[in-house]
Design a protein around this ligand. Sequence first.
Ligand SMILES: NC(=O)c1ccc[n+]([C@@H]2O[C@H](COP(=O)([O-])OP(=O)(O)OC[C@H]3O[C@@H](n4cnc5c(N)ncnc54)[C@H](O)[C@@H]3O)[C@@H](O)[C@H]2O)c1
Ligand SMILES: O=C(O)[C@H](O)CO
Length: 313
Amino acid sequence: MTELLICGASFKEDERARLETAYPSAYVDGPDDMASLDEATRAGIKAIAYKGHKPFGGEAMDLFPSLGVVANYGVGYDAIDVAAASARGVKVTNTPNVLNDDVADIAIGMLIAQFRTMMRGEAHVRSGDWAKQGEIPLNRKVTGASVGIVGLGRIGREIADRCAAFKMDIHYTSRSEKETPGWTYHSDVVAMAAAVDVLIIALVGGAETVGHVSKAAIDALGPRGVIINISRGTTVDEGALLDALEQGRIAGAGLDVFLNEPNIDPRFTALDNVVLQPHQGSGSVETRRAMAELQLENIANFLSGKDLVTPVN
Ligand SMILES: NC(=O)c1ccc[n+]([C@@H]2O[C@H](COP(=O)([O-])OP(=O)(O)OC[C@H]3O[C@@H](n4cnc5c(N)ncnc54)[C@H](O)[C@@H]3O)[C@@H](O)[C@H]2O)c1
Ligand SMILES: O=C(O)[C@H](O)CO
């Protein structure tokens, strides 16, 4: 009997093989393909291993009368309708913590690359312009900058700890104030943006945080301001961000996440004050392996009647 459905075209070959070896399974590229599975297969599915950002809602869950768990590969589960799952008695799990270091590292990497114009420096060396034209313009010091972390959760905290090592003046917003001596708490993102040079967005995605970093926050950041986003494309007003970047009303951005990935707004690629990454925050071999193992552990625990390791609902 097929107990597991593997759903997601972005599963790597080894990740998929590990799941297939563990349980009799079926595979689909995404939720839109679930209805194409035959009824007998759908009837047996108890667990879905999910990977990707395509919306997975109640209608698709209803195709599986025995479904008990949706195990997401990733900490952010904004693609999954958790309320619909709960209403159907379906558990949702995710992969928190194991990816904190990688995502924090790439946030700091983009910050350094943006401040120190490393992409321009790279192009200057590769093109031969260094020998022909000499040095690139001077850029901006990273150590000691003032930084505002939007969302001091698991990843936000790791980012802040790295910023502390760079002797930065640390500000943050969060739903509640934390025990962080020396760091400045703001209840309002616009007020924080007015007080710092850099905003690093580490919020959850989903309906509640759409446009959280608003046009007003971008305007408050000002012409020396830089926005780093490793959360979701939805958490910032992307149109306002593009306008501000094009008009030089902020200094630049480092972005790992966008609306409509991977078909991002072409206005981004025309800019020379941005560092752009292909949503690869957690994308080291080591971390992806840990995420895959945690996903499988959640599935295994569910199917053997044990407690889930990282339940969401
Ligand atoms: N770029 C990547 O590859 C990558 C990798 C992993 C995670 N992420 C994103 O990072 C997010 C954060 O992950 P985490 O493990 O740190 O999550 P977390 O839950 O520990 O922290 C989330 C933060 O968002 C804040 N928050 C939640 N709901 C809010 C609301 N309605 N309004 C204002 N603030 C709110 C919380 O207070 C917290 O500070 C994920 O949800 C995911 O979207 C991206
Ligand atoms: O949320 C996450 O873990 C990453 O963005 C991958 O989806």
